[in-house]
Design a protein around this ligand. Structure first.
Ligand code: PEP
Ligand code: MN
Length: 307
């Protein structure tokens, strides 16, 4: 894999590596900035209205600035799409794990849960972010989300890059665990070259020969923060310790390290009953643990005068 050369900076990455540019990223009514790190928190998956309301209320009171919630979930295997699970609030009860939903079924259910996410965000004053999987869902999703998440599996998906470039809404681009900073900068240059400037990036771990625990796939790349701040100083760099560590017990320490190293924000999975989360139960923080984490983050910010 190639790394960044000075020729790249001139020929391939002229826009994203500009040094004299201040990027403005407004998400709903919130302006993200390099002066004040922001925390995005919420469940891996929106499971019910009750769940997302409870999470929104608590993460807001702990100091989160945005609410996350997956609705369209990328699936490693074709079975058991969480979107097809029963919905306690609307009385949807049928669920056949092995049934592959049609696109229209999927979109109907997605709109219901995107609606819960939007309602929770509006009620508690938290702009919302959710992952986009299909280029033809960008229009529907625009009605519900304040920011699109371009997941790591899709960072090079040209249909999504085109569709998202055409929207006004900001994007959070996640780096694939096997891709270099050079490639991530390349994706961001694709957006820049299409006139799309309101995006942030998110580091969610890199593939490593050892990750120190059997379930996890990645390990956090703290140096990515330094490299991104060096090569693309206008870009806000978020860190996702939840998906990077895949381990609840590591999230707090990695979060603090990321803020200390200069990250501009964090993406943290939170669930009222983490062990029962439909997706990613090993990594979500409980409400109390998240509140404790936010207090630790505040101490780091204060010590470094980042707030
Ligand atoms: C997520 O943020 O919900 C997610 C699926 O993350 P990743 O694509 O980084 O695994
Ligand atoms: Mn998750």
């Amino acid at each position: 894999m190639k790394d960044i050369s000075s020729k790249d900076m001139i020929d391939n990455l002229p826009l994203i590596t500009r040094k004299d540019y201040t990027r403005k990223v407004c998400v709903g009514g919130l302006e993200l900035s390099k002066d004040q790190p922001a925390v995005i928190a919420g469940p891996c998956t929106v499971e019910s209205k009750t769940q997302i309301m409870e999470i929104a209320k608590n993460v807001k009171s702990s100091g989160a600035k945005m609410l996350r919630g997956g609705v369209f979930k990328p699936l490693t295997f074709p079975y058991g799409d969480p979107l097809m699970r029963p919905d306690s609030d609307s009385g949807i009860t049928e669920w056949d794990r092995k049934k592959i939903p049609s696109k229209s079924e999927l979109y109907n259910k997605a709109e219901l849960r995107l609606g819960y996410l939007k309602e929770a965000g509006e009620k508690y004053g938290l702009p919302v972010v959710s992952e986009v999987l299909y280029a033809d869902s960008v229009g529907i999703m625009s009605q519900y989300v304040d920011m699109f998440q371009l997941g790591y599996r899709h960072m090079f998906n040209m249909d999504l890059i085109e569709a998202l470039s055409a929207t006004q809404k900001p994007i959070m681009i996640k780096r694939h665990y096997g891709e270099s900073i050079r490639s991530l900068l390349g994706v961001m240059e694709h957006f820049e070259a299409r006139g799309k400037h309101n995006f942030i990036c998110c580091e969610r771990g890199v593939a490593a020969s050892h990750t120190h625990n059997a379930e996890s796939r990645a390990i956090i790349d703290i140096q990515a923060i330094c490299a991104l701040n060096e090569y693309a100083p206008s870009v806000l760099v978020f860190i996702d310790p939840s998906h990077a560590t895949f381990k609840r017990g590591y999230v707090r320490a990695v979060s603090m390290a990321a803020i200390a190293a200069g990250a501009d924000g964090l993406l943290i999975e939170v669930h009222p009953e983490p062990e029962k989360a439909w997706v990613d139960p090993l990594q979500a923080l409980g409400i109390g643990d998240f509140d404790a984490l936010m207090k630790d983050i505040a101490r780091i910010e204060q010590a470094l005068k980042r707030n």
